[in-house]
Design a protein around this ligand. Structure first.
Ligand SMILES: *[C@@H]1O[C@H](CO)[C@@H](O)[C@H](O)[C@H]1NC(C)=O
Length: 214
């Protein structure tokens, strides 16, 4: 449905329509670590972000995703994740790196709050959202979770972060989720998936999904 909608002249769907093509990621993205103040410390070391960004820039990295699996993810508190977004946003603006924040949480209101916060933070270009992992959602519940989370910033590019080996959610079924998102039309700012699945058969299954043409 979304693919079809993109063929409709903009004027007929309104000036506010979300344009997928304006937000596509076409170059490498680094999943960065989250620095702490020395061994055993529980405190973020935000002063390290700017030199880290300059280092990545010197290696010709163009996109960065903080607070994902490499970056402490759910181990961070919401205030820490917001502080991290602000520090990376500043570093991104200073270096020209594009920053994409992981916003997923076990709590829907927290995921929505982090998405809204990322969308208002200068230098952040999009949100990437993991599934809740303790109460493992059905396909329908995950779709609802993502739809609500993405709606917290409806004009902000939004990706699903698929990592079934770590989350235990949706192994081999992400193509069904894509089909559901395509059919429902409830996530107009949906861009795609950050895809981490060790099973190559499931990668092939993706290409049968109605979203594959994106
Ligand atoms: C980065 O890109 C520049 C310009 O293309 C090139 O000269 C340089 O060698 C690249 N640096 C690395 C680390 O790849």
């Amino acid at each position: 449905m979304l693919a079809v909608r993109l063929l409709v002249p903009l004027a007929t769907v309104g000036a506010m329509a979300f344009e997928i093509n304006e937000h596509k990621i076409t170059s490498l993205m680094a999943a960065v670590y989250t620095p702490m103040k020395g061994p055993g410390s529980l405190e973020l070391d935000l002063d390290r972000i700017m030199p880290y960004a300059k280092f990545l820039k010197s290696k010709n990295i163009t996109n960065v995703m903080p607070a994902g699996s490499n970056g402490e993810s759910l181990s961070l508190t919401v205030p820490e994740r917001k502080a991290l977004a602000e520090a990376w946003g500043k570093a991104g603006q200073a270096t020209g790196l594009k920053i994409y924040m992981h916003v997923g949480s076990e709590s829907l209101p927290e995921s929505m709050d982090l998405t809204a916060h990322a969308s208002k933070t200068p230098g952040i270009y999009g949100a990437v959202c993991m599934s809740p992992v303790y109460f493992k959602p059905t396909l329908e519940t995950l779709h609802d979770f993502l739809a609500h989370t993405a709606s917290a910033a409806p004009d902000f590019p939004f990706w699903f972060y698929h990592f079934p080996d770590d989350t235990g959610v949706l192994a081999g079924q992400v193509n069904k989720l894509l089909g559901m998102i395509e059919e429902s039309g409830r996530i107009p700012n949906f861009m795609g998936i950050k895809y981490t699945d060790y099973n190559p058969a499931w990668w092939r299954a993706l290409w049968t999904s109605p979203c594959a043409s994106r």
